[in-house]
Design a binder for this molecule. Structure first.
Ligand SMILES: Cc1cc2nc3c(=O)[nH]c(=O)nc-3n(C[C@H](O)[C@H](O)[C@H](O)COP(=O)(O)OP(=O)(O)OC[C@H]3O[C@@H](n4cnc5c(N)ncnc54)[C@H](O)[C@@H]3O)c2cc1C
Ligand SMILES: *[C@@H]1O[C@H](CO)[C@@H](O)[C@H](O)[C@H]1NC(C)=O
Length: 500
């Protein structure tokens, strides 16, 4: 390998996603005269635009796909190599590309992201959604579909279920409530009416309650039918090369074959048992089960015994980190979720090899208010921090874990509501050692606070609550709130005045 090196770069970054591009930007700005290389498979890179620091830990930005030349123009000493990395040789400090070229590195950062877990590789009617291409494939399938089955309960499933219209949706979730990755059952109940399109509903009275975990599960299956799907403006059709950003579905028509309604039925607490092609299904005895007649391209048998025929299945059941090209022959530690383990300096077990974004698993001792989730914000933060750590290492400087890893925060939109998640928003890892305060105004807002020993450790804010900064401060300063009790969520008290 040593002799074949075409060139050795000071810094090599693999992956043109948010993590990789942010890392490149950080290093290229700090070391404008060093040779930096970005290896990426596709012609486009993902760039963060309109970045806005909203508060101490909250940030908002757009993600745009751009030609990589934009980066090279900005950083003349950056080389973008359009080829996937096929293998990594940590002993000789070099990477080999799919087209057989070998390049050396002094410091390497792996930002190769993750790919969707697919229920099956074999059936062309089972789709995963990952990038712009897969969204377009999905869209094409959808335009002819009358019924689809969506499997999964994370952010992607949530968005799809809400955005798809003109097509019946069967949504299989393994939990007792929708959106389990982001919400508890209470928030799910708040959001469910959004799937019934008639939004003319009057805002209900403001309820406040205090409860300690485990609400009843929603009915085993609920069906929401709506005649008019009356949300927002009609999104236009997709332009070529359009971005798959945080708003990846905006501007993309997610329209099925039927003109009619928004129809979603949720199948709770079940997973996929088996997937049949139409031939397999005809041959099997399953057709006597609870499946409708009529022939469908694909059939899904769920663990609750029900079988549904549909045009296609979307598997949105999480991701697998893209580690394969790197692990072979090297001594990395992989975490349980398949990610490359990194320490508090984003270092893997191999010298001079760092990792950031979806491909890595944060294995340092986390702040009690932070957890890793594979999201845009964390990809940006990790890419940026990895760049700074690589720089510090080169300069023999010390560096402390960045403040952004103190408190988990995520600002997003679900079902057209603004959603802010802070800290241990779902009481993650707290066991029974916590208490919840909830305030909910139907169709308007849902506010949940997680308290542990009288201190606020997490919050879910849905709607325009305007509480995020105050709550962020209360979580960060860990003030004892015992004496405030439920007053904390009293809508008639301006909480800001209280604490400022
Ligand atoms: C459909 C969808 C919707 C999402 N919506 C949201 C959302 O609304 N909000 C949110 O916060 N997060 C969302 N996410 C998650 C978010 O996309 C990821 O957390 C984030 O993109 C991770 O960034 P990354 O840079 O680590 O990886 P990626 O963006 O996956 O980039 C990885 C890069 O590495 C390249 N690569 C891979 N292997 C190699 C190789 N061997 N050699 C060279 N290059 C390689 C790829 O081509 C790619 O350019 C969504 C994800 C999906 C799939
Ligand atoms: C690129 O690197 C060379 C030296 O390697 C340096 O002279 C030049 O100024 C650098 N370019 C920029 C734009 O910094």
């Amino acid at each position: 390998m040593e002799g074949k090196k075409e060139k050795t770069f000071k810094f090599v970054i693999v992956g043109g996603g948010i993590a990789g591009v942010t890392c490149v930007e950080q290093l290229s700005s700090q070391f404008p005269s060093e040779d930096v290389a970005l290896f990426t498979a596709g012609p486009l890179i993902k760039a963060v635009t309109n970045y806005k620091q909203v508060s101490r830990t909250m940030e908002e930005f757009d993600v745009e796909e751009k030609p990589s030349s934009v980066l090279e123009e900005k950083f003349p000493n950056l080389t973008v190599i359009h080829s996937a990395v096929k293998s990594l040789h940590t002993h000789s400090h070099c990477v080999e590309t799919a087209d057989g070229r070998v390049f050396g590195y002094k410091k390497l950062c792996i930002c190769s992201g993750a790919r969707p877990k697919l229920l099956t590789q074999e059936n062309p009617n089972v789709l995963g959604i990952r990038d712009t291409d897969s969204v377009q494939v999905f869209q094409k399938h959808l335009s002819k579909a009358r019924r689809i089955v969506i499997v999964g309960n994370g952010g992607i499933a949530l968005e799809l279920v809400y955005e798809v219209k003109g097509c019946e949706v069967i949504w299989a979730v393994k939990d007792k409530a929708i959106g389990n990755t982001f919400f508890d059952a209470g928030a799910a109940q708040f959001l469910i009416p959004s799937l019934e399109a008639n939004k003319a509903e009057v805002a209900g009275p403001c309820k406040r309650l205090r409860y300690t975990m485990e609400e009843p599960a929603p009915d085993a299956a609920q069906t929401f039918t709506a005649d008019k799907y009356s949300r927002g403006q009609n999104p236009g059709t997709v332009e070529p090369g359009s971005a798959l950003g945080p708003d990846w579905h905006r501007g993309i028509e997610l329209q099925g074959a039927e003109q009619v309604s928004h129809r979603v039925s949720v199948e709770y607490q079940c997973e996929v048992e088996q997937i049949f092609t139409s031939e397999e299904f005809l041959l099997s005895s399953k057709q006597t089960l609870e499946a409708d007649t009529g022939s469908w391209p694909v059939y899904v048998q769920l663990t609750n015994g029900k079988t549904f025929g549909c045009d296609f299945v979307v598997s949105a059941t999480g991701v697998i980190p893209n580690t394969e090209p790197f692990v072979h022959g090297n001594n990395f530690l992989l975490a349980d979720d398949g990610g490359l383990q990194v320490d508090d300096h984003m270092r893997t077990l191999q010298p001079d090899v760092y990792a950031a974004g979806d491909v890595c698993t944060a294995c340092w001792e986390h702040s009690p208010l932070w957890q890793q989730m594979r999201l845009w914000t964390q990809a940006r933060q990790m890419g940026w921090y990895a760049g700074r750590c690589m720089a510090a290492d080169v300069l023999s400087e010390s560096i402390e874990l960045d403040f952004c890893f103190e408190l988990f925060s995520h600002v997003t939109k679900f079902f057209n509501y603004k959603v802010v998640l802070l800290g241990k928003f779902n009481a993650q890892g707290l066991g029974s050692d916590h208490e919840l305060l909830v305030r909910c105004t139907k169709g308007q807002e849902y506010v949940k606070v997680v308290l542990s020993r009288g201190r606020m450790v997490g919050a879910v804010l849905i709607g325009e609550t305007d509480l995020e900064e105050t709550f962020e401060n209360l979580i960060l300063n860990q003030m004892d709130l015992t004496s405030y009790g439920e007053e904390l969520l009293n809508p008639n008290i301006d909480i800001e005045d209280y604490f400022d």
